[in-house]
Ligand binder design. Structure first.
Ligand code: ADP
Ligand code: MG
Length: 315
């Protein structure tokens, strides 16, 4: 039988610049992704999605990479560490003020197992939601003992006692460098940095890398910047291409080959309480995020081995 991609190609023809050929290519990519096996990491990967700049695509990346990995068969836990609770919204989790959340976990009132919710669109995706109450935590935990490791301790206990094995724990960070972000960076072994394809992106990047260096030096020596992802890429502009090339030049082994296009569907999805993967599964945005997630999954072996080398060196 003729595939959807073939049908579209037959109707619109193979002209490389036509809308038809673009649709055919997308639909072929969609079909290929559905058939592709996402390799699972040999052990749980703990990833913080961080960038001190706001609006660069941290939350969108957390939500859609997590959804894509879950769709690819992995068990995923998302931890929302941003008081804005945008990741919770986009994954359809209840997170009114007072709803059990990250806030209760950090302050030791509840365990992760008691507050996690299942994402309605993806049975293999769980989320620890955040509500605006979390903004108080920054001050409230300031005097607590081991205040940098509150999330780490809670996560370690959860992973150890959970009946189900989690392949990925992905933490969405707020745009700041306070205790919440320090907690996130102490709880994980990897940082994923989303980079918005715009002029100032590279300036902020150097600053961010320095900050992560400080965290490594003082709190979490194992921490590895494992992944960079260029977001809101506009392929019609030279600037987007230049940013991508620059990032590749400086961080060749870290940046993903896939870039995320700027699309209306990606920005609309959260208002329906959905990831782009669930809201517009065949769209360009969803497909790009699934391609990026596949790259992340395929790099598990090399990332885990780099981490294990780092751990050995510490001994
Ligand atoms: P952050 O978490 O870093 O503050 P967000 O993921 O919330 O950033 O993204 C900021 C805004 O940009 C949001 O309104 C989001 O919907 C929008 N956005 C993010 N990525 C894309 C994209 N690829 N295409 C279109 N809009 C996007
Ligand atoms: Mg955010």
């Amino acid at each position: 039988m003729e595939s959807a991609a073939e049908t579209i190609r037959r109707i619109f023809g193979g002209d490389a610049n036509s809308l038809g050929s673009e649709m055919a290519e997308l639909s072929a990519q969609y079909e290929a992704l559905n058939k592709t096996k996402f390799p699972k990491p040999a052990e749980t990967r703990f990833i913080a999605v961080a960038n001190q700049k706001g609006g660069v695509g941290k939350t969108t990346t957390t939500v859609n990479i997590s959804a894509a990995l879950a769709l690819g068969g992995a068990k995923v836990l998302v931890v929302d560490m941003d008081p804005q609770g945008n990741a919770s919204t986009a994954l359809g989790a209840k997170h009114n003020s007072g709803e059990p959340s990250t806030y209760d976990v950090l302050e030791g009132r509840k365990k992760i197992a008691e507050v996690k919710q299942q994402c309605p669109d993806f049975p293999k995706l769980d989320i620890v939601p955040a509500a605006i109450d979390l903004s108080g935590a920054e001050l409230e935990v300031a005097d607590m003992q081991d205040r940098n490791n509150l999330l780490k301790n809670a996560l370690q206990e959860f992973i150890k006692t959970s009946d189900e094995h989690y392949d990925y724990v992905i933490v969405d960070c707020p745009p700041s460098l306070g205790l919440l972000v320090i907690n996130a960076m102490c709880a994980v072994t990897e940082v994923l940095i989303p980079i918005q394809a715009e002029y100032y992106a590279l300036e902020g990047l150097g600053q961010l890398i320095n900050t992560i260096g400080l965290v490594q030096e003082h709190y979490n020596p194992i921490l590895l910047v494992s992944t960079m992802l260029v977001t809101m890429f506009d392929r019609r502009t030279l600037l987007s291409k230049e940013i991508f090339e620059k990032v590749k030049e400086h961080y060749p082994s870290i940046v993903l080959k896939t870039t995320i296009p700027r699309t209306v569907k990606i920005s609309e999805a959260p208002s329906f309480g959905k990831s782009a993967i669930a809201y517009d599964p065949k769209g360009m945005g969803a497909i790009a995020y699934r391609e990026a997630a596949l790259e992340i999954a395929r790099r598990s072996k090399s990332v885990l081995s780099a981490l294990s080398t780092k751990k050995q060196e510490r001994k």
